[in-house]
Design a binder for this molecule. Structure first.
Ligand code: PMP
Length: 284
């Protein structure tokens, strides 16, 4: 596999980053994951817009323009013959001369830019057909979840808790209300409405979420952006999650409580279909 690191396309075992890189020492970095369908980028503009916002919020300089990043993404797709899968992009505050909590002077330390591809079946994933089960766990992350940082230890622990419980994923809960999944946004369908938490610092502003809510509204489905409780979720007609790597994936049980008849619900299935169709058309 060819990867990209700081201006060069190199074989993955030749790619190197300093041990003083602040991404490595402080999780001082941001990332994006863009899906690829038929060799094209899904919602690239949305991901780059959020990347810019993450960088701005952390006062981190961008090492490349959106146009340059587009060319790097495309070059990696071509070099690796990627048909369907993901492109991971990471920018960290780089490698100053020594470890220091204080941000280095941007004149003296350049950011580190890394990209790599992952081949993955997204359209025909097993979770899409059968749905996944989730458990609920406390949301113990920091307070700026709207910034897409590489600080993913707690979400990893959440996935491990889910695995230990025999579930597919975990939904995180704060003050009795669901914030989001460990790596996706969370939704329920109740009272004929799609309910998902409103945007704020408490959740990541999912690029897939924005597109799916737009498609839902265009299809005359009612959307309610508000917090929902675990109790409400367990009593819902159906549930689902969205992310760049899972698109729309149905959730069929929460903490062992089956939703509806325990199979993927009609709203989740329909939204997934619309999402895949529309995104294939709009991919660049
Ligand atoms: N929430 C969290 C915590 C995530 O990690 C992700 C995926 N990175 C999402 C939501 C979904 O975001 P997107 O649709 O942009 O992939």
């Amino acid at each position: 596999r060819t990867v990209y690191v700081n201006g060069a396309f190199v074989p993955e075992d030749e790619a190197k980053v300093s041990i003083f890189d602040r991404g490595f020492l402080f999780a001082d970095g941001v990332y994006e994951v863009t899906s690829v369908l038929d060799g094209k980028l899904v919602d690239f503009a949305g991901h780059m817009k959020r990347l810019e916002r993450s960088l701005t919020e952390l006062d981190m300089p961008s090492p490349a323009s959106t146009e340059e990043l587009l060319q790097i993404h495309r070059e990696l797709v071509t070099r690796n013959g990627l048909g369907e899968g993901l492109i991971y992009l990471q920018i960290t505050r780089g490698a100053p001369a020594d470890r220091d909590f204080v941000f280095p002077d941007p004149e003296e330390t350049a950011p580190t830019l890394v990209l790599f591809t992952q081949t993955k079946g997204i359209v025909d994933s097993p979770g899409a057909a059968t749905g996944i089960t989730v458990i609920t766990i406390d949301d113990l992350r920091w307070g700026r979840r709207d910034i897409k940082t590489v600080q993913l230890l707690y979400p990893s622990m959440g996935k491990m808790m889910a695995k230990a419980a025999g579930a597919g994923d975990a939904w995180m809960v704060e003050d009795g209300e669901v914030t989001e999944g460990t790596s996706n946004n969370a939704y329920i369908v109740t009272g004929g409405k799609i309910v998902t938490r409103h945007l704020g610092n408490e959740i990541l502003h999912g690029i897939t979420r924005a597109a799916v809510l737009r498609f839902a509204r265009e299809a005359q489905m009612e959307v309610d952006e508000r917090p929902f409780t675990v109790e409400e979720a367990k009593a819902a007609d159906e549930a689902f999650v969205t992310s760049a790597s899972a698109f729309v994936t149905p959730v069929v049980a929460i903490d062992g409580v089956s939703l509806g008849d325990g199979t993927p619900g009609p709203v989740a299935r329909r939204l997934r279909e619309i999402y895949v169709d529309e995104m294939k058309k709009a991919a660049v």
